[in-house]
Design a protein around this ligand. Sequence first.
Ligand SMILES: NC(=O)c1ccc[n+]([C@@H]2O[C@H](COP(=O)([O-])OP(=O)(O)OC[C@H]3O[C@@H](n4cnc5c(N)ncnc54)[C@H](O)[C@@H]3O)[C@@H](O)[C@H]2O)c1
Length: 253
Amino acid sequence: MSRFAGKVALVTGGGGGIGSATSRRLAAEGARVFVADAAGEHAARVAAEIRDAGGAAQELVFDLTSAEASREAVAAVEAQTERGAIDVLVNNAGAMRRGALLDTSEDDWELSFAVNVDALFHMCRAVLPGMIAAGGGSIVNTASQWGLTPAPGHIAYNVTKAAVVSFTKSLARDYAPDRVRVNAVCPGEIHTPMLERGIAEKGKTIADLDALVPFGRIGRPEEVAALIAFLASDDAEFVCGSCVEITGAQAVA
Ligand SMILES: NC(=O)c1ccc[n+]([C@@H]2O[C@H](COP(=O)([O-])OP(=O)(O)OC[C@H]3O[C@@H](n4cnc5c(N)ncnc54)[C@H](O)[C@@H]3O)[C@@H](O)[C@H]2O)c1
């Protein structure tokens, strides 16, 4: 498939689990991918792996919590494109701070909003003018199943991911007339470094999580990447303002 031939994609959190799988998938389908992450060595490794596999990718190292750094990074990418625009933006970076309200510090709360919500505001404000001027584009945000159905003991994460759901629908409604499609994925448990850190803290195993999923196992980053690629592609031309669950039926368990 070459659904992204000639397209430029920027994937935030591109050095992490779902972001690296998404970067690989978009590149395998022809996109030139900018792998954005604050963890420079991870972004560089993913970009190098894509190039080794014959794709086009480069790392883009900046902290998404800075509006200025986000604007500069987007401008640097746009300057390297023929249309002066990014075709596909995947707002995927995220942070998880655990705890019920009384176990959540001000720092936990602020960091969660800065990475999970404010970064989408910064990135979309930077990318949209170019997309609109170029006649359209596609934005896919990584929300969470927990943004739709809160998990116990994760108030900052739940609330910020619910904000991502509303942000997605609000943006879609406002910019659909400009042919900018905005959608989100709402994953359940996916086997990534974030999940590995979580189960280590809770003293759980992958088998414990597998047992909670009606499908019989937790998800793989490549499965979320396939959904993100579909939503970002022209195959999803009339899909706009949707927040799609990908949970192995855990959402209905
Ligand atoms: N793994 C799951 O079970 C799961 C489930 C639902 C939703 N999600 C969401 O999927 C997305 C990807 O998560 P993952 O599991 O791949 O996690 P991950 O920890 O593997 O990747 C997250 C990446 O985001 C980057 N990042 C964090 N803060 C940043 C910042 N300020 N600036 C730039 N980059 C920053 C990290 O360096 C990391 O590479 C997140 O939004 C997460 O909330 C994950």
